[in-house]
Design a protein around this ligand. Structure first.
Ligand SMILES: [Zn+2]
Ligand SMILES: [Zn+2]
Length: 354
């Protein structure tokens, strides 16, 4: 499998409301065991020197602080539900430290939702200090992430906001970029020259009040970086895994021999070859019972038996499962009864696997 060793830390392993749930007095929500306290689902992956975050839900800020994370090379989004994207405003702190936009990788439908749900990020003129994002459209084809070691490109102007500097020295507000277009990801094996689609038309410069500036070659809404990784090239290949979350298409991601899947209720047979030879597999489950948009525990165990990773970790957990210790015992017994050879355990916030 392409790419070096990956190390994955669970920043959040809870269902959409987190655990404990506000106002709930059940045994799990009152548990003193730190492993029963779950932020919304997210993982931090260190992969060949790149810092990759998968999902930025409402607990994003606390997750970054708890783990002392101050730099992200890429944020990958599985889908647009608020427990996975509600923290994206808080990349502002990273914008300021890194002097660069957050690099966000998502599917086209997610990108369109984000533009609708975070209009102020794309507005002109822009409120000073609003988040700086660069959106990259991906699909279920593998794509490449590369480290950008250059100095950041953003210049902060007090009370006015982020700017790019033109070659002639002039500063231009970031929101003046005319790149309201999406370049579709070019995947390994695809012919060169990814297609370009217009999402919405930016007003022509002449219609704006300031003195005209040349179009900026700094895309604000999306650039495709996915491409073939040449021998000796630096970068890592990430393999998306297509699944359905009820009827909503969502993505999981494979980094080397670790795969992270959340918020799925089915995986098409055609995706299973991407899950061969795994050391670690993460799967979502919210309850013992059948659920319309998540795997039940029984479905998760059957997948662990079919995919046969060395270790299976459960995430997106709710308070309907027992406290950690007892849940581990239950899982060990169920796996023995069903002849599942993968060790299946609940993930918990702060757990690192590699
Ligand atoms: Zn979720
Ligand atoms: Zn969801």
């Amino acid at each position: 499998m392409k790419g070096g060793r990956a190390r994955l830390t669970f920043l959040g392993t809870g269902t959409s409301q987190g655990v404990p749930i506000i106002g709930c007095k059940c045994e799990v929500c009152r548990s003193a065991d730190e492993r029963d306290k779950r932020f919304r689902a997210s993982v931090f992956v260190e992969y060949d020197g790149l810092n990759i975050l998968v999902d930025a839900g409402p607990d994003f800020r606390m997750q970054m602080l708890r783990h002392g994370i101050s730099h992200l090379d890429a944020i990958l989004l599985t889908h647009n539900h608020k427990d996975h994207t509600g923290g994206l405003d808080d990349v502002r702190s990273l914008n300021y430290i890194d002097r660069r936009a957050a690099e966000i990788y998502c599917e086209r439908n997610v990108l369109e939702d984000l533009i609708r749900e975070y209009p102020y990020v794309f507005k002109f003129p822009k409120y000073p200090g609003a988040p700086e994002w660069r959106l990259h459209v991906i699909d279920e084809r593998p794509f490449v992430l590369r480290k950008d070691s250059s100095a950041g490109e953003l210049e902060w102007v007090h009370d006015i906001g982020y700017h790019y500097r033109l070659p002639d020295g002039r500063l231009v507000p970031t929101a003046r970029c005319l790149d309201d277009r999406i370049e579709i990801a070019e995947s390994p094996g695809a012919s060169s020259g990814g297609s370009t689609a217009s999402l919405r038309e930016a007003p022509p410069l002449a219609s704006r009040s300031e003195a005209p500036v040349p179009p900026l070659n700094v895309p604000r809404v999306a650039v495709a970086t996915p491409s073939r990784l040449a021998p000796g090239d630096s970068g890592v290949t990430v393999i998306p895994i297509r699944g359905l979350h009820d009827k909503l298409p969502v993505l999981g991601f494979r980094f080397g021999d670790i795969a992270y899947i959340t918020d799925m209720s089915s995986i098409p047979d055609s995706e299973f070859p991407k899950l061969e030879g795994l050391k670690h597999l993460t799967l979502n489950t919210v309850s013992y019972n059948k659920h319309h948009s998540h795997f039940s525990l029984g479905e998760t165990l059957r997948l662990a038996g079919r995919i046969r990773p060395e270790h299976t970790w459960l995430t997106h957990l709710s308070h309907s499962f027992p406290v950690h210790e007892r849940f581990c015992e239950n899982l060990a017994r169920m796996c023995a009864e069903q002849g599942i050879h993968s060790t299946v355990r609940p993930a918990y916030d702060g757990l690192t696997i590699e």
